[in-house]
Design a protein around this ligand. Structure first.
Ligand SMILES: [Ca+2]
Length: 204
């Protein structure tokens, strides 16, 4: 009987996905990320609680007060030719639980190639991502890379803020205790803004 109830629960969830009302329908737990709205910065302009990764001295990751999805600030990632920049943070997770990741992003000029994406992977230890973990494969433009990481791709937004989301259930026997969430400008040649991260457990 419990299995049937659980099944019907997921059917309801899938229907809500189809109707586009999933965000308002989900009952979410506490925020697992620190400084998710990117409002706190160090004196040098780095987002607090986030690790900045620059693979080239030409790339920059900086606080921006000219545009924001939440509050008054966002992060601008600039990645010229051959360069990439990202910010990342770990969220603590439990095996067998369901989580929803989301982030808002914005472009002004179009970025080159597949420059806009969030990357998620399990940690401590790293276990390759699997498509069976998703609640709905149509929720986003998902790719599992050869190294087992999840990429969730964005599009050029031409001045609008848009959201990426991924909702997934970790296997009941996964030994990982954290998920690393990261947002990239990968050789996009121009600026990409990011704001309003969220990584929360789905409670229902
Ligand atoms: Ca903000």
């Amino acid at each position: 009987m419990m299995r049937l109830v659980r099944y019907l629960g997921w059917v309801t969830l899938l229907c809500l996905f189809a109707m586009g009302s999933i965000a308002s329908a989900l009952e979410l737990g506490l925020e697992l990320l620190k400084n998710p709205d990117l409002e706190q910065f160090s004196e040098s302009g780095a987002p607090e609680s986030w690790t900045v990764n620059l693979w080239s001295t030409d790339a920059t990751v900086q606080m921006d007060t000219t545009t924001a999805h939440s509050g008054e600030k966002s992060v601008r990632i600039h990645a010229p030719a051959g360069a990439r920049g990202s910010i990342w943070q770990y969220g603590a997770v439990k095996a067998g639980h369901t989580y929803r990741f989301s982030v808002w992003y914005r472009t002004q000029k179009d970025l080159a190639g597949d420059a806009i994406y969030a990357r998620l992977y399990t940690h401590s230890p790293t276990v390759p991502w699997d498509y069976s973990w998703f609640i709905d494969l149509n929720e986003g433009d998902f790719e599992i890379t050869n190294s087992g990481n999840l990429h969730v791709y964005g599009v050029n937004t031409r001045g609008e803020w848009k959201q990426l989301t991924a909702t997934f259930t970790l296997p009941a026997d996964i030994p990982s205790t954290r998920v690393r969430v990261e947002f990239f400008n990968y050789r996009g040649l121009t600026d990409l803004w990011v704001d309003s991260f969220s990584f929360r457990e789905v409670l229902q």
